[in-house]
Write a protein that binds this ligand. Structure first.
Ligand code: SF4
Length: 375
């Protein structure tokens, strides 16, 4: 089984915190879709005999694509790959999801929508340069449900400059009241090269303290637990049985093919990064090639990937499998794990066969992971 990801690097405007590859020149949309379809044809055999189980259109903002362009993408996918699609997700900006657009999505092979809501506070949305309002986010959910799409995920960001505990709780309450099956929440990060990072350097915004950020995360976990959500990955929560299948495949080592400028692919042995430049990307596709970098994974890199991806999830790290796949690294890793277990950051579960982060360990997960990894 495998996943297929299609990156649509187009946005109407740029959010100040974003470091994803995307452009605001949407006149390229038709040529871009030509290129995406061309890359799918070139790389049709990348996944070998694997059946594609999940399809994800991300970005950027795929919902800026006119419906006929989306239709072309789906037709090309159907004509080239062996499909047994269980989940087909498209990322949408809330103000694109009008009743008409929701109905058009429902007529496509789309059965899940992920929306970058980020906040239910209009002042936050203005600060972040999001183009929708809180009310539009609520209406988008209603429009999708009316059109028959109920599998909806909402993204939130916490730790905004000046955000108070009360303001974050209001956001959490608003999100829970929507009863969408899936929620993702991320702490605001100040990535170099973003407008937000520049604002911080100029003293125009001040990051929240680590303690407050931790408190926001604890509020997130507590509120969503009380609302019946399962915390199945560090940043992801779902109602029972509604975990994101495509994203879960990134964490369990399932191969995936990433199509489009800046898209990543993984086939079990190597990773591949497409060039993050639409002009160069399209020029290469026109020549029948893909402008990309390929990195063959060494055993140590594959081991580190296993540590990073497994421990992010509530399922944890299967120790018998780890020992059998990486006997050369296992003992050293377990020595380091013992230190983290004593510190209360890791725990053994399921008859000592599985290693998991404790709730306290989640807050310091990066350093826990580094201690277990091969350097
Ligand atoms: S809409 Fe999404 S991809 Fe586009 S700039 Fe904003 S965060 Fe980045």
């Amino acid at each position: 089984m495998a996943g297929l990801y299609i990156h649509v690097p187009l946005c109407v405007s740029r959010c100040i915190y974003c470091d994803f590859y995307s452009n605001t020149d949407r006149s390229v949309a038709h040529r871009l879709v030509d290129g995406l379809c061309g890359e799918m044809r070139i790389r049709q055999s990348y996944l070998g005999a694997e059946t594609v189980r999940t399809l994800y259109l991300g970005g950027g903002t795929p919902s800026v694509l006119p419906v006929p362009e989306l239709e072309r993408l789906f037709q090309t996918v159907a004509s080239l790959f062996k499909l047994q699609l269980e989940e087909v997700t498209i990322e949408c900006n809330p103000d694109d999801v009008t009743p008409e657009y929701a109905a058009a999505l429902a007529a496509l092979p789309v059965n899940r929508v992920s929306m970058g809501v980020q906040s239910f506070d209009n002042a936050d949305l203005k600060l972040l340069n999001r183009r929708h309002s809180a009310q539009q986010a609520v209406e988008a959910v209603e429009n999708l449900r009316s059109a028959g799409i109920s599998n909806i995920s909402v993204d939130l960001i916490y730790g905004l400059p000046g955000q108070t505990v009360d303001a974050w709780q209001r956001n959490l309450d608003a999100a829970c009241s929507l009863r969408v099956p899936h929620l993702s929440a991320y702490s605001l990060t100040y990535e170099e090269g973003t407008v937000l990072h520049r604002m911080m350097e100029l003293g125009k915004v001040k990051p929240v303290s680590e303690d407050l950020s931790l408190h926001f995360y604890q509020m997130l976990c507590a509120s969503l637990k009380e609302a019946g959500y399962e915390h199945y990955e560090i940043s992801n929560f779902s109602l029972p049985g509604m975990q994101a299948r495509h994203n879960s495949s990134y964490w369990d080592g399932t191969p995936y093919l990433g199509i489009g400028p800046s898209a990543h692919s993984f086939n079990g042995n190597s990773r591949q990064w497409n060039v993050a430049d639409t002009g160069r990307y399209l020029a290469a596709i026109a020549q029948g090639a893909v402008d990309c970098e390929v990195e063959r994974l060494t055993p140590a890199e594959a081991f580190n990937d296993r540590i990073l991806t497994s421990l992010r999830t509530a399922r944890g790290l299967d120790l018998a499998r780890l020992k059998s796949d990486f006997p050369q690294f296992y003992d050293k890793c377990m020595l380091a794990a013992e230190v983290s277990i004593k510190a209360g950051h890791l725990q053994l579960a399921e008859g000592e066969n599985v290693l998991k982060l404790t709730p306290e360990g989640v807050f310091v997960s990066d350093s826990v992971f580094v201690d277990l990894m091969q350097v």
